[in-house]
Design a protein around this ligand. Structure first.
Ligand SMILES: *[C@@H]1O[C@H](CO)[C@@H](O)[C@H](O)[C@H]1NC(C)=O
Ligand SMILES: *[C@@H]1O[C@H](CO)[C@@H](O)[C@H](O)[C@H]1NC(C)=O
Ligand SMILES: *[C@@H]1O[C@H](CO)[C@@H](O)[C@H](O)[C@H]1NC(C)=O
Ligand SMILES: *[C@@H]1O[C@H](CO)[C@@H](O)[C@H](O)[C@H]1NC(C)=O
Ligand SMILES: *[C@@H]1O[C@H](CO)[C@@H](O)[C@H](O)[C@H]1NC(C)=O
Ligand SMILES: *[C@@H]1O[C@H](CO)[C@@H](O)[C@H](O)[C@H]1NC(C)=O
Length: 571
C-alpha cells in the first residue's frame, strides 16, 4: 500500500513536464498575502458560510479554467483523511497556481545558466516620482557569457529602500518567461529610494530544488528511541516508509489522520516509543554538475546591478493622501525601522513591559508551531518581568513552555507542532498536532492563538503541507464557529540565510510555495496573517531563519496592536 519514495517519480516528472509545456502564465511570483479581505469578514459571515460549507471557506471559488491536472498522489497521500471533492479541487487549483516555469533543456552547459552578475535592471520612468505612484523596474537576466536568457523561472526578490530613513518595502516580481522580468514597487514615502534586486536562485537551480522536493522527501530523516526496561533500540521514522522491507509501526493520528511511521524495533513493541528526533540531513543529494548552480557569491542570493540609475527621488503626493488601493499586494513597509501595515490595525509600539502587560491582561495566549513562534514566547518572557516562566522541566528549545502572570491573569504557552519536526528530541507524549490542540481550546475574546507551521515542511512535496494546513484550517473553522471572537494569527514563512548546503533543505523557494498555499488556504477566514516574508524582505537586516530582535519586536508590536487595537476593544 505504501508507495516507496522513488517508485512513481516517472509519473511525477511527466506531470511536471506537462505543466511546463503548457507554459502557463505564472503571474506574480512574489508572495502576496491579501490581508484586506481577511479584515472585513466578521464572525457572522464566517458562521453563515460555516452552515453552507464547513471545510472550505467561501473565498475559494473554483476558477473556471482549472487545468486538467491529474492528481497522482505518490507520496503517502492515500493516507490521512480523504479530502472532500471541493478540497481536492482546491488542491488542484493550488498546485496549478504555484506551478513554476523552467528551462526545458536538461544538461545545459553552466555558462549558459543565469548569472546574476551579468544580469542588470533598468528603472523606468522619470528620476523624480511621487508618493502613490508605482515604480517600475525591468530586469534582464543574462548567462555567464553575457547573453540574454530566453526563458524565465529565475527566482528573484526585490526591495526598495532608503537607508537613512530606515525605510523599506518589498516589490512584486513578474516573470515574462523570456528572460525579462518586471518589478513593481509601491512608493510610500518621500526621499531618495534605492532599488535592490537579488537573484535567490537561477532557474536551473530551481529545477534541481523541484526534483529534490518530489524525489527525495526523506532527505531530512527522523528517528525514534524505543525503550522498555533495560532494552533500548532506535529506528528510522518518516511520513512514509516503504512497505515490504521491514515491519512498520503505524503512528497515524487517529483524529486528523496525519500519517507517521517508524520501522518496528526488532525486540520491542511499537508502544515502547519514547521520543522523536531529527536523525540528520542526507548528503550527496545532487551531482557535481547540479552543484554548480548553488555557489555562494556566484548564484545564491547575489544582487543584480543597476544599468544606469539605481535610485529615484520620491516627492510628496500631489494632492492629499495617496490612493493605497493599487498596493493591495503589499502588506506594509518600514519607516524609521517601524513596520507600517497598509491595512488592519495601525501599529502601536509597546516599548515597555507595562504597556505589554496592560494589553495582555486577562488573556490566554497559545503559541503553536515551530521555533519561529517560540521566538515570540522568548521575546515576551524576556521583556515582561512579571511574566514568570513556570518550570515544566521541558528540554531547552523544545518545550512545551508556559509563563504566567497570576496578578494580571495572563497565561502564555508554547508547544511545538507534530511530526515532521526537526527538533533535537521531543517526547512521544508531547507530540501533538496543531489541529488537535486547537480543538481542545475553548476560545473567546480572551484567547489568542498564534500559529507558525512552515519550516519543517520544506523538504516534502507541497501536497503534504496542503494536507497539514487543511487539518489546521478545519480546526480553526470549528473554533471560530464556537467562539467567533477568538483572535487567530498565522505567521507566514520568512526569508533565510542560504548557502549551498542548506539551500537543498531550506531554500526560500520552498518557503515561497508554502506561503502561496498558506495565504490562499486561509483567505477569507477571520484570521490574521502575519506576513513574515515581507517583514523580513523589506528590512535591512540579513535574512535569518530566526529573524533578528528588531524584526521580532515589530512582529510582537503588530500582534499586540491586533489584540489591543487603538480606540476599540476586540469583542
Ligand atoms: C497516474 O497514475 C496512474 C496509475 O499509476 C497512471 O496510469 C497515470 O498515467 C498517471 N498519470 C500521470 C499524469 O502521471
Ligand atoms: C484582495 O482583496 C480584495 C478585497 O477583498 C479583493 O478585491 C482583491 O481582488 C484581492 N486581491 C488579490 C490579489 O487577491
Ligand atoms: C527583453 O528586454 C530587452 C531590453 O529591453 C529587449 O531588447 C528584449 O527584446 C526583451 N526580450 C524579449 C524576449 O522580449
Ligand atoms: C495506519 O493506520 C491508519 C489508521 O488506523 C490506517 O488508515 C492505515 O491504513 C495504516 N497504514 C498501514 C500501512 O497499514
Ligand atoms: C542616485 O544614483 C545616481 C547614479 O547612480 C548617483 O549619481 C546619485 O548620486 C544618486 N543619488 C543620491 C541622492 O545618492
Ligand atoms: C518607542 O520607542 C521608539 C524608539 O525609541 C520611540 O520612537 C517611540 O516614540 C516609542 N513609542 C512609545 C509609544 O513609547
Amino acid at each position: 500500500m505504501v508507495t516507496a519514495n522513488s517508485e512513481n517519480t516517472g509519473h511525477r516528472r511527466t506531470r511536471l513536464r506537462k505543466l511546463e509545456d503548457e507554459g502557463k502564465a505564472l503571474g506574480f511570483i512574489i508572495l502576496v498575502c491579501n490581508i484586506t479581505s481577511l479584515e472585513k469578514l466578521s464572525g457572522q459571515v464566517i458562521s453563515t458560510f460555516y452552515q453552507i460549507q464547513n471545510s472550505i471557506h467561501s473565498a475559494f471559488k473554483s476558477p473556471g479554467n482549472v487545468w486538467p491536472l491529474e492528481l497522482n498522489h505518490t507520496y503517502c497521500a492515500h493516507f490521512g483523511q480523504e479530502p472532500t471533492a471541493e478540497e481536492a479541487n482546491e488542491e488542484r487549483y493550488l498546485l496549478n497556481s504555484i506551478a513554476w516555469p523552467g528551462p526545458l533543456v536538461q544538461g545545459l552547459p553552466v555558462e549558459l545558466s543565469s548569472d546574476p552578475s551579468k544580469s542588470y535592471f533598468v528603472i523606468q520612468g522619470p528620476a523624480e516620482q511621487r508618493i502613490g505612484d508605482q515604480l517600475e523596474v525591468n530586469v534582464h537576466v543574462q548567462n555567464f557569457l553575457g547573453l540574454p536568457k530566453k526563458h524565465g523561472g529565475d527566482f528573484l526578490i526585490a526591495r526598495l529602500h532608503s537607508p537613512e530613513l530606515g525605510a523599506g518595502v518589498a516589490g512584486q516580481v513578474q516573470d515574462h518567461h523570456n528572460g525579462n522580468y518586471t518589478v513593481l514597487f509601491p512608493l510610500l514615502w518621500a526621499g531618495v529610494v534605492w532599488v535592490e534586486i537579488t537573484m535567490v536562485h537561477p532557474s536551473e537551480a530551481v529545477m534541481v530544488l523541484k526534483s529534490l522536493q518530489e524525489e527525495q522527501p526523506d532527505r531530512v530523516f527522523f528517528k525514534s528511541l524505543f525503550r522498555s526496561g533495560f532494552v533500548s533500540e532506535t529506528t528510522v521514522c518518516n511520513l512514509c516508509l516503504p512497505l515490504n522491507h521491514q515491519p512498520l509501526c503505524n503512528y497515524t493520528d487517529p483524529e486528523t489522520g496525519e500519517p507517521w511511521y517508524c520501522y518496528k524495533p526488532k525486540m520491542l513493541g511499537c508502544d515502547t516509543r519514547i521520543n522523536h528526533y531529527k536523525g540528520g540531513y542526507k548528503k550527496n543529494l545532487i551531482t557535481e554538475y547540479e552543484a554548480k548552480f548553488f555557489k555562494s557569491n556566484v548564484n545564491i542570493k547575489v544582487p543584480i546591478r543597476a544599468s544606469g540609475m539605481g535610485n529615484v527621488t520620491v516627492l510628496p503626493a500631489e494632492k492629499g493622501l495617496a490612493n493605497l488601493k493599487k498596493y493591495e499586494k503589499t502588506s506594509g513597509f518600514y519607516f524609521h525601522n517601524v513596520w507600517r501595515p497598509l491595512r488592519g490595525a495601525a501599529l502601536q509600539q509597546f516599548n515597555d513591559s507595562s504597556a505589554i502587560t496592560h494589553c495582555l491582561r486577562g488573556k490566554i495566549i497559545y503559541m503553536l508551531g515551530d521555533s519561529t513562534v517560540r521566538q515570540w514566547f522568548e521575546y515576551l518572557t524576556a521583556s515582561v518581568p512579571t511574566l514568570k516562566e513556570f518550570n515544566l522541566h521541558s528540554p531547552k528549545n523544545v518545550g512545551p513552555f508556559m509563563a504566567v502572570d497570576s496578578k494580571n491573569n495572563i497565561l502564555v504557552s508554547f508547544r511545538c507542532h507534530g511530526p515532521p519536526i526537526r527538533f533535537t528530541s521531543v517526547l512521544s507524549s508531547e507530540l501533538r498536532y496543531v489541529a488537535n490542540e486547537i480543538d481542545r481550546i475553548k476560545g473567546g475574546p480572551g484567547t489568542v492563538i498564534l500559529v507558525s507551521v512552515w519550516s519543517h515542511f520544506s523538504t516534502f512535496p507541497i501536497e503534504v503541507y496542503i494536507r497539514r494546513l487543511r487539518h489546521i484550517r478545519r480546526a480553526v473553522v470549528r473554533l471560530l464557529n464556537r467562539e467567533p471572537a477568538t483572535l487567530v494569527v498565522i505567521r507566514t514563512a520568512s526569508l533565510q540565510k542560504l548557502d549551498p548546503g542548506n539551500s537543498l533543505f531550506n531554500s526560500d523557494w520552498f518557503s515561497l510555495q508554502i506561503n502561496s498555499v498558506l495565504c490562499a488556504m486561509f483567505k477569507g477566514l477571520n484570521v490574521q496573517l502575519l506576513d513574515a516574508w515581507e517583514m523580513t524582505l523589506a528590512h535591512h537586516l540579513p535574512h535569518l531563519l530566526h529573524p533578528s530582535p528588531p524584526i521580532i519586536k515589530n512582529m510582537i508590536d503588530l500582534i499586540l496592536s491586533n489584540i489591543c487595537p487603538v480606540g476599540k476593544k476586540r469583542s
